[in-house]
Write a protein that binds this ligand. Structure first.
Ligand code: ZN
Ligand code: ZN
Ligand code: FE
Length: 759
């Protein structure tokens, strides 16, 4: 007695070794039938003993390849048929065209073993890969994901590789980037002027140069890295100087987990994160006295650590004997990462001493992803390589929308049915290069997903390049979405929430509906509308962007608000350290309202506090003052500064005056900065909980969403959540999508989609 079942599996099940896996599984249970790729995933038919079929179905999701992602399995009994054996059927072109492309995957254990096995024909080959690992997204030109549509199309497989590719039982069955020494891409070393350097082994030579303190541009998966020995302070100082990057932390790639443990305090979950196939940069607590040079991350208690993810990385560590390499994006400050060989040699001229390049083209830029673990959850800080283009799964089907994101940390998002496809990290849209990358990303995403949405969503800020681009698109329906509404909607979408929520949106900058700069906001929101229910009191932002670079200006703004001209007599570090002339200019700006837009930004309040206590008067990178304020906290302190809370026209206002006053008194008293910082953090948490309580009282809502870049402050995120939970709230934060502006496009997209649905 046999049964036959038809099994439809949806999710990321193509290009990830799923068919060979099912082939082996069917053989194991002695089942006949077939598997075929379909539009939604794969369809399997299996026939055999009822018990064996059941066991097959039980094992199917449980033993699936680590990099596959099964969304749904539906099995139905169908009539039995003749025929023995299990076959992998060729997929129809029209069907394969609509499947999801897998993200890039780090080298797998099997390939790693072969890479260092002298008996293996691919021993030492820097492009070894299989269906379980290797490049995907970054080498795809168009769909379907087949070799001719990738940058591997230039390389004809040798007979040996072709045989593997054609054998359903082989680990390299239909592995599109399959290659070997005889038929695949090769590595070469170039001098700083692009001249070829002949070397027996370019990787060994590059390693020697790194050991000697050189900066080597290394072609990776999604772009070039600038590499330097992380234990060599002089090399890193050189790199910082050339890259015009002051103090902003560099990511460190370590040879393996042992080195990671030496540099950082690792819990089991952190180790688990480091070894995931996505291989993100993980922000970890630095071990005191760790051997990495200070120049890696000055004044920072954390290190961004990641493990090698391409065979080339593994070989570079093995042959150089180095334990840790700074691996920073191959670009000048905030420009996009370089991907082409000639492009890199031109753009990175003056930055790198050598170039370790190869002839497998990167077709799409994709920076490294960054994650951190807080409050028991893994949170995306920058969602890019390894995660993109895997979708965020939504609760329901929505109309197709293209959302173009914000200005900083830009990403774009394409909604298609029940999936939200966020692009890779595009970066700050302030220069022509980033804007070009933005257009590339929009175009590519639409091409590989085969959608041309008729609805575009953008920020309300008229000067954002993304907004301007959206306005230039004709014949489409345009929806402007308020910045903080988008943050909260992003959080709601990720958590599959419906209806209204209380949203706490805290960040640096977002254009408000009143034309002021918002950033310390409590909203009552659903996907379509929002009401601004509470906010920080407005203060002037003297000098606009200059006030972001120079937090002391924000301190002056807050002091002026509380004390008027009397503030200059206060015993504060900034009064002593900033030249009187500069202060006078800023005071005049505030007094006359010149170049001083009003802001309710939480980020600027953190900046002001850092400057008030003399921790940071000026910053070298975004959010530096807030980050250092968080780091210096004395966690033992339990006191909290109290904000004033008042209601005007039904809107709750948080008044910072009492906080500023208490800080000034504490500074005068010589209270340690760590204590002041902790009291401030506690005070903000108490105030936010109080706002939520008042809003629950008024609206009856019990769900609170936390979003915005300020919630990357791990203490604040955990403390606010804890306080709210103590009060019985259901609290939702962001984890698969960044809470910062990198997650904005998702929020814009779902708001626009719901507006279109309800229109
Ligand atoms: Zn592999
Ligand atoms: Zn070959
Ligand atoms: Fe924001």
């Amino acid at each position: 007695m046999s049964v036959r079942k038809r099994v439809d599996v949806s999710g990321i099940v193509q290009g990830v070794g799923f068919r060979p896996y099912v082939y082996r599984l069917a053989a194991e249970y002695d089942l006949a039938g077939h598997i075929i790729n379909t539009a939604a995933g794969v369809t399997i038919e299996v026939q055999g003993e009822p018990a064996a079929v059941e066991q097959f179905l039980h094992s199917l999701p449980r033993r699936a390849p680590e990099i596959s992602r099964i969304i749904d399995v539906r099995a139905a009994e169908i009539p039995c048929r003749g025929g023995a054996g299990f076959r992998i059927l060729a997929s129809a072109k029209s069907e394969s065209a609509r499947t999801l492309i897998s993200p890039d995957v780090a080298l797998c254990e099997d390939c790693l073993r072969e890479l260092f096995d002298p008996a293996d024909r691919r021993c030492g080959y820097p492009f070894i890969n299989c269906t379980n690992c290797g490049p995907r997204f970054t080498i795809v030109r168009s769909i379907p994901y087949d070799r001719p549509a990738t940058s591997m199309s230039l390389f004809a497989m040798c007979a040996h590789c072709q045989a593997e590719y054609d054998d359903p039982g082989n680990r390299r069955f239909h592995a599109q980037p399959n290659a070997c020494w005889d038929c695949g891409p090769q590595v070469e070393l170039r001098a700083r002027d692009g001249r070829r350097i002949t070397a027996d082994d370019p990787i060994t030579s590059a390693g020697e140069h790194l050991r000697a303190g050189a900066v080597v541009a290394v072609k990776g998966l999604g772009g070039f890295h600038l590499a330097a020995d992380a234990e060599n302070g002089a090399a890193l100082e050189r790199l910082r100087e050339r890259k015009q990057r002051v103090e902003k932390p560099f990511a460190v790639m370590v040879a393996g987990l042992a080195a990671a443990r030496e540099f950082c305090v690792l819990e089991a979950e952190d180790e688990g994160l480091l070894v995931t196939p996505q291989r993100p940069i993980v922000l970890l607590e630095r071990r005191p006295g760790a051997a990495v040079a200070d120049a890696v991350a000055p004044r920072n208690r954390q290190l961004g650590i990641f493990l090698p993810y391409t065979p080339l990385h593994h070989l570079l560590f093995a042959r150089s004997g180095l334990r840790a390499l700074v691996m920073t994006s191959g670009n000048l400050s905030e420009e996009p990462i370089a991907i082409g060989n000639e492009e890199a040699i031109t753009r990175l001229a003056g930055l790198a001493d050598f170039f370790l390049v190869h002839n497998r083209d990167i077709l799409l830029r994709c920076d490294d992803s960054v994650v951190r673990r807080t409050g028991g959850r893994v949170r995306q800080v920058r969602r890019s390589r390894g995660f993109v283009p895997a979708p965020i799964f939504l609760k329901e089907d929505l109309p197709a929308v293209l959302a173009v994101g914000g200005e900083l940390k830009n990403t774009v998002c394409l909604l298609k049915e029940r999936h939200a496809f966020l692009s890779q990290h595009i970066g700050d849209l302030e220069n022509a290069e980033s804007y070009g990358f933005f257009q590339e990303a929009v175009e590519h995403l639409q091409r590989i997903l085969e959608v041309r949405p008729e609805i575009i969503a953008c920020d309300l800020h008229p000067d954002y390049l993304s907004t301007k681009w959206a306005y230039e698109q004709t014949g489409l329906r345009l929806t402007g979405v308020q910045h903080h509404h988008a943050h909260i909607a992003s959080c709601m979408a990720e958590n599959h929430l419906e209806g209204q929520v209380i949203g706490l949106a805290l960040d640096g900058t977002g254009y408000g509906t009143d034309g002021h700069i918002w950033g310390g906001e409590a909203l009552v929101a659903d996907y379509v509308n929002f009401e601004r229910a509470a906010h920080l009191e407005y203060v002037p932002l003297p000098g606009g962007a200059a006030a972001i670079r120079e937090p002391w200006r924000m301190a002056v703004s807050y002091l002026w608000r509380r004390y008027g001209p009397r503030w200059e007599a206060l015993p504060l570090p900034l009064v002593r350290e900033i030249p009187a002339k500069k202060i006078t200019t800023v005071v005049q700006m505030i007094g006359r309202g010149v170049n001083s837009p009003l802001t309710s930004s939480a980020g600027r309040l953190f900046d002001a506090v850092a400057a008030l206590i003399g921790l940071r008067l000026e910053v070298n990178y975004e959010a530096q003052a807030a980050i250092e304020l968080e780091m210096c906290r004395d966690a033992a302190e339990k006191g909290a500064y109290g904000f004033g809370i008042a209601e005007k026209n039904g809107v709750i206002r948080l008044d910072p005056d009492p906080v500023v006053e208490a800080i000034v008194e504490d500074v005068a008293r010589g209270t340690p900065t760590g204590v002041v910082s902790q009291r401030f953090h506690n005070g903000v948490s108490v105030a936010l909980a109080e706002v939520a309580l008042r809003l629950r009282h008024r609206t009856g809502l019990n769900r609170v969403c936390l979003s915005g870049g300020t919630f990357q402050n791990a203490f604040l995120a955990e403390e606010v959540e804890r306080r709210l939970q103590t009060e019985g709230f259901e609290v939702y934060g962001q984890s698969d999508v960044p809470a910062n502006d990198g997650g904005l496009s998702l929020g814009q997209a779902v708001v626009a989609a719901h507006r279109a649905k309800s229109a």
